[in-house]
Design a protein around this ligand. Structure first.
Ligand code: HEM
Length: 363
């Protein structure tokens, strides 16, 4: 009788394939991240893309000038010339300088600390309203009724979206972002194209109204600054304006919903930390940094190498060739034990905590 020998950890790491991740990985990717970080930190997938899991390598990919975010070539086969292509190739995150720098500058001026301070009472009001509503319910879904509702309301206020359209915003965002998944059905692609068109038309109406009534903006609205703001002597064109407003919804709401929901989930999973926070509410700032580290909302980012670039630990350097697509695994980097002591443990008072959940570098 022949006995099959189970594969070693090293062999399992080498066999990882980003295109065939399963439900176990989606439920808990961290054991796989650990395996890759320890046995194959600059991992080559069967489709020719690379998967980075060490902190130092992910930081390098975000900072190195030889890394591009421009997706005009990569998105063409998937999206054709449709609205999803227009959207994703116009949003600042999937562009390099000079376009990226110009839109980024204009956005930074719309999101000044003073503007953000203006939002404080708006956010407090939204939180109180949501909590009052929850109090009336016998049971509720923390992700849907609080985690998602909170950023959706905030971003709707930032973009001046009237009440009656708000319930559709999460739906638009899911369809537009879902189209970025590695495998997408034709039905989902069609729904994604329609979502860009529908939300785009709504934003065009809101923008036209605000152009006529710039002084009618409510507290915390950034739309007015995005319409009239200038960077390098130029305003955003109508298409740039609409597509980057759609991007603001997508960028801000799913990520923040994950942070809020995972933060609550983490405290429930680690009751000692919940108790610690109750006894020391001042720890909330370091606690949020720890939630961002432990369950990073954006687990996997990406870049493309425009030149050959060397990655990996000193004793195992590998050159990623120019033209390669790279998955930057922020979720794995944020649990790298070379940087974070007891990296698989939650410590809401962790200091220092150089987590990179917001990425770094130019973007
Ligand atoms: C917990 C909350 C959030 C997390 C973890 C997060 C994470 C990230 C990450 C990792 C990137 C960089 C992507 C890359 O370099 O490829 C990014 C970019 C961006 N995010 Fe967020 N984000 C959050 C909330 C928000 C919010 C609330 C907004 C605005 C309403 C926002 C707007 C943006 C914008 C405009 C960019 C593009 C920046 C650029 O390309 O220069 N994000 N975010």
């Amino acid at each position: 009788m022949q006995m099959s020998v189970p594969p070693s950890d090293h062999e399992r790491a080498l066999a990882f394939d980003i295109q065939s991740i399963d439900q176990d990985f989606l439920d808990d990717p961290f054991p796989t991240y650990k395996l890759l970080r320890e046995h194959d930190p600059v991992h080559l997938n069967p489709d020719g893309t690379y998967f980075l899991t060490r902190y130092e390598d992910v930081v390098k990919a975000f900072r190195d000038p030889a890394m591009s975010s421009d997706k005009r070539v990569d998105f063409k086969p998937k999206f054709g010339d449709g609205p999803l292509y227009l959207h994703h190739t116009t949003s600042l995150v999937f562009n390099d300088d000079p376009y990226h720098a110009r839109v980024r500058k204009l956005m930074s001026e719309a999101f000044t600390p003073r503007k953000m301070d203006e939002l404080d009472p708006v956010i407090e009001g939204i939180v109180e309203r949501l909590l009052d509503r929850l109090k009336e319910l016998k049971e509720f879904d923390v992700v849907h009724d609080f985690g998602l509702a909170l950023p959706t309301e905030i971003i709707a206020d930032m973009l001046g979206v009237p009440e009656q359209y708000r319930s559709k915003m999460h739906h638009y965002s899911t369809l537009i972002l879902g189209a970025l998944d590695p495998i997408v059905s034709p039905e989902k692609l069609k729904a994604g194209h329609e979502a860009v068109n529908e939300f785009g038309e709504l934003l065009e109406e809101l923008i036209a109204k605000r152009r006529k009534t710039p002084h009618g903006a409510e507290m915390g609205e950034v739309l007015v600054s995005l319409i009239f703001g200038e960077a390098d002597g130029r305003k955003l064109s109508p298409v740039e304006l609409v597509q980057n407003c759609i991007f603001l919804l997508n960028a801000g709401h799913e990520t923040t919903a994950s942070l809020v929901s995972n933060g609550i989930g983490t405290l429930l999973e680690f009751p000692d930390q919940l108790q610690r926070l109750r006894e020391n509410p001042d720890l909330i700032k370091t606690a949020v940094e720890e939630f961002l580290r432990f369950q990073s909302p954006l687990q996997i980012g990406n870049r493309k190498a425009t030149e050959d670039v060397v990655f990996g630990p000193e004793d195992n350097r590998k050159t990623i060739p120019a033209g390669s697509f790279i998955h930057t695994c922020v979720g794995a980097a944020n649990r790298d034990p070379e940087i974070f002591e007891d990296s698989e443990t939650v410590n809401i008072g962790r200091k220092p905590n150089p987590q990179i959940a917001f990425g770094m570098g130019r973007h």
